[in-house]
Each structure stands twice: as structure tokens, then as C-alpha cells.
Design a protein around this ligand. Sequence first.
Ligand code: PLP
Length: 378
Amino acid sequence: MGIPQPFDLPVYVTKPLRPSLDAYVARLTDVWNSGWYTNAGPQHQQLEAALSDRLRVRHLSLFNNATTALMAACRLFELGGEVVTTPFTFPATPHALAWQGLQPVFADIDPLTLGLDPARVEAAITGRTSAILAVHVFGMPCDVKGLQEVAQRHNLRLIYDGAHAFDVSIDGRPLGMFGDATALSFHATKLFHTAEGGALIVGNAERHVRVNLLRNFGIADETEVRLVGINGKMSELHAAFGIAVLGELDAERVKRRHVARCYRAALADCPEISFVPSDMQAGDGLQYFPIRIQRDSDAALRDKVYEGLRRFRVHARRYFYPLCSRFPDYMNLRGSAPGNLQVAEQVAQEILCLPFYGDLSGQDVTRISEMLKYLLET
Ligand SMILES: *Cc1c(COP(=O)(O)O)cnc(C)c1O
């Protein structure tokens, strides 16, 4: 095999789903004419209803991003002290806790779901623990049953960061039904997005009302401010964009499934590469295409491949390396020692997310796969 030719233009890990400009402009015209730009206007109402419908949940509140939604969940349950969470996630997960004055306590993950291992969570619980914050990483469902049992045994709240898990279900049950609350992210890099945005799903009407108060400064009416809320509102411009994006989503999912199949076929004969999840049916948010790269006695192999791909103008990403437990503000916390997080440390050293979006052609997938093979062999 010869040396692969670099791409002329950089290939990034994702390409945000782009609705037709006409569809967006038509909606913007409505917003423009109405003069109603935020505070749960018609676009907001329409998107909230459409998402509740699609995700089969009753109590979904739009937010300006997932980080605010997670912080609102902490407030909703008046959490205090420590929250057991995963180090293998985007920084927003522990940061949302820290911004609420809560201490993240990292527990190790399961080697297959890459989500929190319930036994390790249980071992991390103390008298100060108020909740568990778990992440459905790469759209792979956590062990929701195991986590629920631990939460119940210790009388803890169970919150999910579902930023990767749009449209994912477990045995036909929508993911948003599990735990006490689930936050979603609609950032531009996520599968469904509103440029910036998010949502919080809760299980009953009373909590839903409180979430909506928390999202809008706690304002109940002109004279009553019922609680310490924040500004977590999504604007009409973002909601309008989201409705336009939603119209493209099913087609994008079909295309991404095809891209995933192409990668799996092209890389099936690489002993150093394993797919995450190993089986395409095993729950997949179609938001990332993660692989693990390992060869005995070569701890630097993933980084070598990652650097090599960059030279070919392929910008794969090492989600999530380094682990959150390695950040300066978290590294000295109870639970953060690498010896306590051996599975997560190992996965962080092997993981690589390849370029993945509907517009990626079969030819590009072939080229990227050949680059990977070349880098593994040289
Ligand atoms: C993207 C992401 C977030 C943050 O979402 P924002 O909407 O950007 O605040 C949180 N958690 C995970 C796991 C993410 O990937």
C-alpha cells in the first residue's frame, strides 16, 4: 500500500446538520413579524411539543443549553454535598455540579457501556452523597436498572446527562423515562441541534412546573418570584432553527447509519480496532463514531494514529481524553486517583472518534480507513 494522499480540505469530526435556508427564512419571517423573540413564544411552544412527541415524554422543558439544564436539575432536587459521577465525559458534566457548589466524586465505568458501573458507584457513596449523575456516553444506555437499584438503596436522586442520547430507547422505552431527570444538549455538534440549546426531562407535572420556574428567574407572575431561578430560556430564533433542523433529522439518521456500516466494513479486518458499541444494534445515538485502538505493549498507539490522521487533514477527536478527573480543579478530589478509575483511564487512552456525518461520502470513508490502516502498519 502506498502513502495515502492528504485531503485537500480538512475533514472534521462532525458537520452540523444544516436545514434548508428557505425553511429557516420562512420561520424567521414569522418571528420577525410577530415581534416575539423569546419567553416561550410560538416557535418555542411548537418545538417543545414536537420534541415531547418524538421522544415520547410528557414533561420536557427547552433550555438555552444542557449545562444550564443540568444545573437546574441540581436545584430542582436541592442537592447538596457530593454527587457521584463519571470521569469519562465532556467537562460540562462535573462543571454543572461544581457551579452548584456540589463536589463531584468520580467512580469508574463499565468497560462495555462506558457508563458508570453501579458497583463502583455504590462503593463511592458516603453520608454526604445526595445524587448520582450518569452519562449515556455515545448514546449507549447506562445500566439504568443497576443504577436505579443503587439510588433507591441509598435514597439518592438519579440524574442522567443524555447529551449523546437523542432518540435512544431501551427495549422500546424512551431513555428520557429513566431516573429522576434527563438533560439533553442541542449544541451544534450534536445530532439534533438548535445551534445552542438543550432540554430537561422530568417525570411529573409538579416537577415540570418547577423546572419552568427555575428556567425563568423563578418568576411565577408579575408580583411573585417564587424561587431562585436562572435565565435558561431558549430564544425564538433558536427554536425556529431547531424546528427546521428537525425536518432533516430522519434523512440524516439514514445517511449516518450508512456511513457507520461503511466504516465497520472497511475496518473489520483490523485487529487493533474495536467498535463502540461492538454491535450496531446495541444502542447508538448516531452522534459519534468511536473506535478503540489497542495493541499489546503499545500505550501510545492511539496518539500516533491521531497525530498521523491530522497530517492527512483528518481531525478525529479523542473524546474523552484526558478524563475530567485529571483536570486541575478535580484531580485532588476523593475518587480522582487514576488507580480508582482504571477502566476509564484505559478507555481514555484507546478511544478515537472518527469523522461522522451524513454528508461524508463512501469514498471519504474508504480513504480515512486506508489512512488508519497505513498508520497502524507503519
Ligand atoms: C455537549 C455535552 C454537554 C454540554 O452541552 P451544552 O448544551 O453545550 O451545554 C454536556 N454533557 C455532554 C456529555 C456533552 O457531550
